[in-house]
Design a protein around this ligand. Sequence first.
Ligand code: F6R
Length: 609
Amino acid sequence: MCGIVGYIGYEQASPHLLRGLEKLEYRGYDSAGICVYDGKILDVFKSKGKLKILSEMIHGGADVKGTVGIGHTRWATHGEPSDINSHPHLSGSGKFAVVHNGIIENYIKLKEHLMRRGVKFFSETDTEVVAQLLEYYYNGNIIDTVIKVMSKVHGSYALGIICIDNPDQIIAVRKESPLIIGLGKNENYIASDIPAILAKTRDIYRLENDEIAILTRSDVRIINTDKEEIKKEIQHINWDISAAEKGGYEHFMFKEIMEQPKAFRDTINPRIRGDRVVLDDEINLTPEQLKNFSKICIVACGSAYHVGVVAKYIFEQTLRIPVEVDIASEFRYRNPIIDKKTLVIVISQSGETADTLAALRESKKCGSYIISIVNVVGSAIANESNDAIYTWAGPEIAVATTKAYSTQLAVVYLLALYFGDILGTISTMDYNKYLSELRLIPDKIEQILENKENIQYFASQQFDNKDIFFIGRNLDYALSLEGSLKLKEISYIHSEAYAAGELKHGTISLIEKGTLVVALATQEDLFDKMISNIVEVRTRGAVVLGLTCEESTEIEKCTDFTFYIPKTCDLMLPSLAVIPLQLFAYYVASLKGCDIDKPRNLAKSVTVE
Ligand code: F6R
């Protein structure tokens, strides 16, 4: 979603703003702009399209004088992507400049109200309402005015504001959309996410809802809407800066695919002590509470939801508790039957996804206990859960998730073992087998990555397909959902995932000569069934890529091309089988020349509903 940056210091602001925006490009955007106070006016430069266009327009920032500024990459919600709708937006007289991430839900009402009083609007955006309201209510005190405007607008917003009357300040406000403050020496920053400021400082504050930060060159004050000072802990970011750089790879997505063995190890190793999974530091549930749950609800969006679909099979198998999996945006409006006997597990890489956060809050209201599986430390979802278990994937920059998916799955295995142990639902023999297999997963992922050229070759034969189907049964079906999403989001090839047995209830009519079907057949007890389904589509002309385990040569006999993954216990096969699917999507998109890290229309963290 939109990216916000701001700089106040003694250096020229515009190169800082452009550099920061470049680091936020991964969030997805369709236009960009900056505003710098040049000593006389709030000077705005903005343009539809890539940041490069804006940067060229102002010669990398060299043309823009001034040491205080705000910048923005916009992912259009209200009003088409255009120069005029790009941020920053100015108030009528040019007194205020505003950048915004989020949605002002009551903007039409507010806009009409202002228009009736003679305020002229220039864009179709909800954000312009904030700029115009600031000017409309301005009483000479910028903080009072910001608080007044906050009381008028409904919705979600992270705002960066500069005012011509206070040119030595940036005001930042957060409600539901993420915003951090970077603390430098004689300079300070605002940003939507850490990569934007990492080259400059590792010390940050994370703004919470309804907090207002007042930045000067030497100081940052944080207050609430009652103007009470808020003392915040400085969070020190200890990522290696290269974690947020491409490090010689052509794309972040490929780098992140290759980082999966490490990310998986970093996630499981600190939680395995001797021959046990230990989550006591992170989970505060008592065994009695755990035994009292009558069901588990897993709630998430997109790929994180797909992890949930895999988790359903794993938890039901190991814990013998019924599991429901829901898409967060559906869950919150279906009046779910949950109470204090329900354990709700929310899964989110960013920890800021608006629908997942809302589902979490809904569940809390019903008295459910919330465990979140989150990658971003200190994010809203982590903060608002009863317990947060972090995936130690490091920063994920590519829009299409890979290492977050893998590490979320790693946490699911840890939870299954930990809870299974407490509940006594896993035999000692199975526990030991699962744990020793879990430790081997990173090595086996490495083995698959060493064979990536086989997938690359297959992709080179198949990258111009119009439709691709993914089929599988049980865990393989859960995984085919992710394989299909990965492919469509970055290669723009239409793709669908089907439970293999369901195909002949409708979808098989779409199979014709040359249609590519990716058949996932990793689950040994379902081989025969899968073979029948593969034969059914091949008889109708499909070209079949089979994905199966080493030594399972039956599948090869009925496919056009087969990719083998190492063997592990059935429950853990998704952690291995997902890797060739990610590689396939990556190579196809690369051969098609797509913008892999920033696919069209997509945003990395979806902070609006
Ligand atoms: C797909 C993808 C998305 C996210 C979804 C949830 O590759 O990345 O489907 O999984 O938007 O995001 P988080 O995990 O941040 O809640």
